[in-house]
Design a protein around this ligand. Sequence first.
Ligand code: PLP
Length: 390
Amino acid sequence: MNESTNFETNAIRAQHERTQHREHSVPLYLTSSFVFEDAEQARALFADEIPGNIYTRFSNPNTTELINKLCLLEGTEDGIATASGMAAMYISMAALLKTGDHVLASRSVFGSTHQILTTIFPKVGISHTYVDIADPPEKWEQKIQPNTRMIFVETPSNPALDIIDLEWLGGLAKKRNLILNVDNCFSTPYLQNPAKFGANLVTHSATKFMDGQGRVIGGAVLGSKELIKEVRFFARHTGPSMSPFNAWILSKSLETLAVRMDRHCENALTLAKHLESRPEILKVRYPYLPSHPQYQLAKKQMKLGGGVVTFEIKGGIEGGRKFLNSLKMISHSANLGDTRTIATHPASTTHSKLTEVERAAVGITPGLIRISVGLENIKDILADIDQATQ
Ligand SMILES: *Cc1c(COP(=O)(O)O)cnc(C)c1O
């Protein structure tokens, strides 16, 4: 297809080429390998002289369609689909870093990303320094070392929903010749395009809003041809590839991403405003609430506020547990980005491996509740939260 300038059209019309069967919806290519027409074609494919599929660990029509679509949506040149979001985070770092290198990261990264930086990378001599995402720009610049090679951030952060100025950070990375790697999972390509602000790599867990229906695990690393070439080499030989089935599901999911995200964001803003009006709730955070300390920045770099709202319930840990046990419709799960509204208590689940001090540093108080706002009728979402906070 000809590339459109409109997100929705690309999300729907970027498809693998039709076969002789004239199918309307792209078929699922469940095949581990591909046949060669002759010895010369086999040689040229292996020598990377011509594009084409060899073996599904390297590429497959379904993963290629997904990646081509994601590149159009994020505004990147190339990319690679991975078996999970964590495979994407890991290979985007491991493929480009070596012993002696240093990563500057925002403190509030996803729990397993934290484990990669603090437990796995030190084994091979890759170090890191954390900076608080809400820290002023000078702090970030001061922490850059001569061996720093990458900056890794999530914005908005999970679960504190702090925001960092991507345009400023992109400028800093460029000035200091560092690779800026942004985990864009919370925003999806519909709400925020880090590459447009200078991010060199955009990483995703496709498991969340991208699938949006809680079905499959997947991830992606997107960026320039030059960087992805190295990431692809690493992935091809270490094997964290996405299954064609998951790629097929995810490419179809992206067809409805825009309409789903519009509703997720509308429901989330309504919930956030409602919670702010309730005396039982101590503090509400949502990027598109005027009370958010970085409201203006959110408006600048995000199309809408996203699907996650956090609040602080009275009564600390016990208050949080009572709230979760009182919910009637809303699911109690550790996931997010689903059609079904999900409540999480980070202090006792997703972030329980952190110490109390580490939790406080990333804004996780004992009574903090994270709501991934789903697509049910907003009246039912509000009613369940209201009865559970009585
Ligand atoms: C879930 C998540 C990940 C990890 O993704 P998986 O698909 O579960 O491996 C990484 N980053 C963020 C921000 C996430 O929410």
